[in-house]
Design a protein around this ligand. Structure first.
Ligand code: SF4
Length: 227
């Protein structure tokens, strides 16, 4: 498939679903916290956890570092895996403090080139590639394409990837096929998540899909298996 088809997929999704207004969060720090809390849970649970942090006056780097792990875990309990996520949030805040940006975490982007920032985030306990890239793109506004399970499933069905590639290879496929634009990366990933949740589900609803005319899987077994 040619590069332009990667863009065609984007345009069709955007025409069908419009802007997704990602990432919900009032500050870069709130987006970072959301990126950690959303691991293995629904966004509504993250919202409840963030609301509890806010009402406790604990949605800041200093406040999170000052809390005991137990107290922090209690505040973020709605997000699930709260003991693990409390440790991860503290580790992320320690990175921000070490970088001298605890007061203004959005300034992390000014402290090092993008590849170095990515390496530092990946070194934080419990921060994998998807979380690191979500922070880089949505909290710091840097041009990094976020890959997730929806991306893998949809683009394998579209025949653009096999689905068994590494995270890095899929990311590179997007980044080499698309203009290097933060706004495009932001919206594209959000649209992929929307399609993956609503339409290109494990049992896909191909009849409702704006990509149907492009998709080799739409006319095969997946189509027949859909309810
Ligand atoms: S046509 Fe079906 S399989 Fe293809 S992307 Fe859409 S929902 Fe997924």
């Amino acid at each position: 498939m040619s590069d332009s088809l990667w863009l065609t997929v984007y345009h069709r999704l955007y025409a069908a679903y419009g802007p997704q207004h990602w990432w919900p969060g009032e500050t870069p720090f709130e987006v970072m916290v959301g990126a950690v809390l959303t691991q293995n849970t629904a966004w509504t649970n993250v919202e409840r956890a963030i609301a509890q942090l806010k009402s406790a006056g604990a949605l800041s780097c200093h406040a999170i570092l000052a809390l005991t792990a137990e107290a922090l875990a209690e505040l973020i309990r709605p997000a699930g895996y709260f003991n693990v996520k409390a440790r991860r949030l503290k580790a992320l805040c320690a990175l921000l403090a070490e970088a001298g940006v605890a007061e203004d975490p959005g300034q992390l982007r000014a402290t090092a080139p993008l590849p170095e920032l990515r390496r530092r985030l990946l070194a934080v306990h419990g921060v994998g590639e998807e979380t690191a890239d979500s922070i880089l793109l949505y909290a710091l506004g840097l041009p990094v394409f976020v890959v997730d399970a929806y991306t893998r499933r949809i683009f394998a069905r579209l025949g653009l990837i096999t689905g068994s590639e590494s995270y890095g290879r899929i990311q590179q496929a997007f980044e080499s096929a698309l203009p290097r634009e933060v706004a495009l990366y932001n919206e594209y990933h959000a649209l992929i998540v929307h399609l993956g949740k609503a339409v290109c589900r494990p049992r896909p609803r191909c009849g409702e899909c704006p990509l149907q005319a492009l998709c080799p899987s739409a006319h095969g077994d997946l189509m027949r298996a859909s309810p």
